[in-house]
Design a protein around this ligand. Structure first.
Ligand SMILES: C[S@@+](CC[C@H](N)C(=O)[O-])C[C@H]1O[C@@H](n2cnc3c(N)ncnc32)[C@H](O)[C@@H]1O
Length: 284
């Protein structure tokens, strides 16, 4: 059994949803809906962005944060950085079309080319969990590049309704192959606080709170959402031969398990799933 499971092959079904620009739309129609809600809330926690501000959209993806800021304050300069080029391409193409003041560069958050004390704001929407040093290396760079008096917004997941179902379907179809756990646990907010303080910020300038959002999917689109979510997240556990062979069963099972979660409600033709974040609002 294990020899069939151990082949790391990208199933064509996942490939269709995850190659090039498809990956961007797959993300935006699944997890991106939730990160957008987080970003919207987090921007409401700080006073309105001042005109003329220089902003770092850090781990920008396709620009969730940039787009929200520009819808309220077009008179800014945004530097959007990420390491996933198709996402940056989607943002820079929209920036050109709409004449947005957004410059995209492909660079790691942990070591950027920006000068010391450069930004008025650094907004990292669901990025810290990916940084080396369990988040610390990127936080140090945020601290270095932020102006004294500048504001950083850094958030991480608290809980996500769909993560346990992904692991359950993984186990059911792939057997005892371990699903890699994140190297550190972010769920209680303590890791976020720890790296922010170790990164140079002062506790008296830090506000840490949690927030819950609900991702609402029309029932008619729910299987499609489950398939895209499987394509996006199941690969964390490595792709296996069984995924290509039993893709539709896996997706059907994921949709079924998702609907049974305590964080899920089905009402009025919609499936609603909870997700929550820890958000640090901190001044340098
Ligand atoms: C969950 S997405 C969030 C994207 C966007 N901020 C949003 O709110 O939708 C995380 C992003 O972090 C990027 N990323 C991961 N590790 C990174 C690193 N070390 N440096 C820069 N970007 C990174 C990924 O490529 C991905 O686009």
């Amino acid at each position: 059994m294990s020899h069939a499971l151990s082949q790391k092959v990208l199933p064509k079904q996942a490939g269709a949803l995850m190659s090039g620009t498809a990956k961007v739309t797959t993300y935006e129609s699944t997890g991106g809906k939730t990160t957008q809600k987080f970003a919207q809330h987090n921007l409401s926690l700080i006073p309105a962005i001042k005109p003329g501000s220089i902003i770092h959209d850090n781990c920008a993806g396709s620009g969730t944060v940039s787009r929200l800021i520009l819808s309220h304050q077009p008179d800014v300069k945004i530097h959007a950085t990420d390491i996933d080029q198709p996402f940056l391409d989607a943002l820079s193409s929209d920036a050109v079309t709409n004449s947005w003041p957004v410059e995209t560069t492909n660079q790691r958050s942990e070591k950027t080319t920006f000068e010391n004390d450069f930004f008025d704001y650094d907004i990292t929407n669901i990025g810290v969990i990916f940084w080396t040093g369990a988040g610390l290396d990127g936080v140090k760079e945020v601290y270095r590049t932020l102006k004294p008096g500048g504001t950083a917004l850094i958030n991480c997941w608290q809980s996500i309704t769909w993560m346990l179902p992904i692991m359950l379907v993984h186990k059911q179809f792939r057997g005892d192959v371990a699903f890699p756990a994140p190297p550190v646990n972010w769920t209680d907010g303590q890791q976020l606080k720890k790296v922010i303080l170790e990164g140079g910020f002062k506790e008296e300038k830090l506000r840490l709170e949690s927030q819950e959002v609900v991702s609402v999917i029309p029932e008619g689109e729910f299987r499609d959402w489950a398939e895209k979510t499987w394509a996006y997240l199941a690969g964390i556990g490595g792709w296996h031969q069984v995924d290509a062979e039993r893709w539709d069963e896996e997706v059907d099972r994921l949709a079924e398990v998702l609907k049974q979660q305590p964080g899920t409600t089905i009402e009025g033709g919609n499936v609603s799933m909870k997700a929550s974040q820890w958000i640090a609002v901190v001044e340098k």
